[in-house]
Design a protein around this ligand. Sequence first.
Ligand code: ARG
Length: 465
Amino acid sequence: MSNKMWGGRFSERPDEIMEEINVSIDVDRHLFAQDIAASKAHAAMLASQGIITASDAKNIGKGLDTILSEIGKGGFTFKRALEDIHMNVESRLSELIGPAAGRLHTARSRNDQVATDFRLYVRDVLDETDAALAAFQAALVNRALEHAATVMPGFTHLQTAQPVTFGHHLLAYVEMAARDRGRFQDARKRLNESPLGAAALAGTSFPIDRHATAKELGFDRPMANSLDAVSDRDFVLETLSAASICAVHMSRLAEEIVIWTSPLVGMIRLSDKFTTGSSIMPQKRNPDAAELVRAKTGRVIGALNGLLIVMKGLPLAYQKDMQEDKQGAMEGFAALSLAIRAMTGMVRDLEPDEAKMKAAAGEGYSTATDLADWLVRTLKMPFRDAHHVTGRIVAKAAEGGLALHELPLKEMQAIEPKITKDVLGVLSVESSVKSRTSFGGTAPKNVAAQAKAWVKRLEKERKLG
Ligand code: ARG
């Protein structure tokens, strides 16, 4: 038998391979709730516009509710021969309510249907991602408050650069997550227009009310151009772009955790909950979760690349290529969600080794800049000269295998006679971080104030949300 949804012109069944390449139900079944919600809104609108009768609309609505609960309970059989979620739902509807089911597809097409369903789906993803990132921020902020004054080495080129505080380091990720959330919120605004009623591509001759269905589905307005409505997937691309940037942020923190937990560094310890052992080496505590977060990033970026490539050569309007928009995106979104939740868990219960961090912070002449700044401030030396003098002092200390604060004052004075013992006050890692009070700097009091401001901001958001 030919397909009963469009079989009028067909006398032969599709080839098996045709069915195999064409079928999308394994992926778009995840859109069942959105598909049913959109159909309900469409049917109710058709009735209120007098396009179908109120009693048909009522039966359609009831039938769709039954299908929703059947799928929810796992009692629905998805049929591959029916290709996709739209035809599976419609076919079941006709089993349940008879010929009235055939009126549901008046003034719409699977093209506007799928665009609507996927917009609704991605909108949920955006909202869930925002909530997950808020929880990630809260975890970071709590640890930052706790460690506002915990000194650690700050790095550039992964070489010890200047002492910073652990709280400051964590708050850097809070800022990144805030921008990520901004990107997702921004994408949501542009996404939130309804394609429903664009029909196949040209609109319809029926007197539909697209404003009504848009409103019913929580969209801000209907999309203005029917060709655009059925043929762009920029809302997926934009969400995946934001997701890729976010995943890169997660991956960078994951990479830091991998470095910090290496016995070579040993600055933090992950809890048993977020490490695994080795089947052969009993001493091992592997940061698998962090490593997998790093790797999941590839999936997210891969999904973005994949869809960009699918879309780039497509003429308007709908092309079947666009059916390939969902699988990668859904997998990418799931990967990001898992990555954010895993990072939140790790941040909540990682334990810094404060003594080790402090010792590491003092290594590599990390307070050399403080010495140069002292020469500028106290001796009014031009910074370039101070930099040179400090370099010579560092070389002298290194020669004797000494830290800066261990180098006898006399040795420093041999290089710059005007140096006094006051200089010793700026050479410790604590005084170094304490002095960095410029806006956005690492001074513990700055960090504590920033962390407190974030606690308030996140609390306020929770109350509004
Ligand atoms: N399964 C299709 C998709 O995901 C639904 C739209 C099909 N439209 C069509 N004209 N064949 O894109």
